[in-house]
Ligand binder design. Structure first.
Ligand SMILES: [Ca+2]
Length: 116
């Protein structure tokens, strides 16, 4: 993992999780190509002490600096119990980037994601 990403993640996650992850969060970081360019982005699975699980994506901006590109939401969302550890699932299977079945819709300057 790039050292400057480690630095960025420490700041980004501390800001967004208000210190909750200082010692108690479990996380997994992996490289995955999420778009059309050949360079890999990174995904972080974060599981907090209450077993709330979130997946964030990270990419470099045009200036070369890391930025969070967003949070992945399961579509359609299914209930996830504390036993359904995504980090554990990742140990036994691979993550892959999949194209959305339907593209976003842009009307004027507003973009809409299809929620099913
Ligand atoms: Ca890429």
């Amino acid at each position: 993992m790039p050292p400057d990403l480690t630095d960025f993640l420490q700041k980004d996650l501390a800001q967004n999780w208000e210190g909750r992850c200082a010692t108690k969060c479990k996380y997994a970081i992996f490289a995955i190509n999420l778009d059309d360019d050949p360079v890999e982005e990174y995904a972080v699975i974060l599981s907090d002490p209450e077993r709330l699980q979130r997946i964030f994506g990270y990419d470099r901006g045009a200036d070369g600096a890391w930025r969070r590109i967003g949070m992945f939401q399961e579509m359609p969302a299914r209930p996830m119990s504390p036993q359904d550890s995504l980090i554990e699932v990742l140990r036994h299977s691979q993550a892959e980037a999949v194209a959305a079945p339907y593209r976003d819709l842009k009307v004027g300057d507003r973009v809409f994601h299809l929620v099913r």
